[in-house]
Design a protein around this ligand. Structure first.
Ligand code: G3P
Ligand code: CA
Length: 287
């Protein structure tokens, strides 16, 4: 279950920013294959193995969820707690990186998915964001989510420091090298204030048929280049309305070919998938 921006309510915190240079628009005609937590249908999520496989399977972006350790290090992990995807337990924020580095982030996958299990997955480490960037470098593209930013003060500043250190952001960098996403408009607005050149995607969760007003779309447009939402509540009219406002549409998490094809027919501009190999095939069939 995803964190937090429920429905379409933006809350009082979302107002148009003062005029600032905006992120360069991404080409909406290039349909993005976003390897969700890496190729996490084939390998343990948020491990270097899953990211490597995502790249080999022609994912355009490595999707990375961020949590922050007790000593302020950004790590790739979906949950706020260690329990589901490692042999550790308790909140990430209560553990140092040194402690987390001792954990096994792969064996859970072998147990849960014996049909995809591999010996090499046992004992995989939880990677830091820096380790991911060091491994894949500036030739890869990263779609990074600030998870639970309310739990991690200054998470955004730390993230931007790292992106700057590795020259993944800045005026001379191609604008689509990094996309930052969040369910938290507040987190995205902090990033937008700090570096308005980074393309941002507002994540949404709909627990009923998706709907969005013109006013909401205008507010989203003031700081983001697109929206990401659970795919199972949207329809063609929703997709086209968002597209008409010039926003990208990146539904998550789309794993079946029939769903991929339907969403492409409706005009989405990319999607998150645990199976980038499947999406690559569907995209090729549409050429
Ligand atoms: O970031 C898109 C999608 O990943 C959001 O859901 O819970 O998988 O991070 P979640
Ligand atoms: Ca995510």
């Amino acid at each position: 279950m995803c964190a937090a921006l429920i429905g379409t309510g933006l809350g009082a915190g979302v107002q148009a920013e003062a005029a600032q240079p905006a992120a360069k628009p991404l080409n909406p005609n290039k349909i993005l294959n976003i390897a969700h937590r890496g190729a996490s249908g084939h390998a343990p999520e948020h491990t270097l193995s899953a990211y490597e496989l995502g790249q080999r399977m022609k994912g355009d972006y490595i999707e990375i969820d961020l949590q922050m350790t007790k000593d302020g290090r950004l790590i790739a992990m979906h949950d706020e707690t260690l329990d589901r995807t490692t042999n550790g337990t308790g909140p990430v924020k209560d553990h140092t990186l040194k402690e987390i580095k001792k954990l096994d982030a792969g064996s859970w996958f072998n147990k849960k998915y014996p049909e995809s299990a591999k010996d090499e997955y046992a004992g995989l480490e939880v990677p830091t964001l820096e380790e991911v960037i060091q491994k894949f470098g500036r030739n890869a593209r990263y779609y990074i989510e600030t998870k639970s930013p309310e739990v991690y003060p200054k998470m955004e500043e730390r993230l931007l420091q790292i992106l700057k250190k590795y020259k993944l952001t800045g005026p001379s960098v191609h604008s689509n090298k990094v996309i930052i996403q969040s369910f938290s408009p507040e987190s995205l607005k902090i990033i937008h204030r700090l570096d308005p050149g980074i393309p941002l995607v507002q994540l949404l969760w709909y627990d009923g048929p998706a709907a969005v007003s013109d006013d909401e779309l205008e507010a989203y447009q003031s700081y983001s280049v697109g929206l990401g939402m659970n795919f199972d509540q949207i329809d063609r009219a929703y997709v086209q309305k968002v597209r008409k406002h010039g926003l990208l549409v990146h539904p998550y998490t789309v794993n079946e070919k029939e769903d991929m094809q339907r969403l492409l027919d409706w005009g989405v501009t990319g999607m998150f998938t645990n199976f980038p190999d499947r999406l690559h095939k569907v995209l090729n069939e549409n050429k």
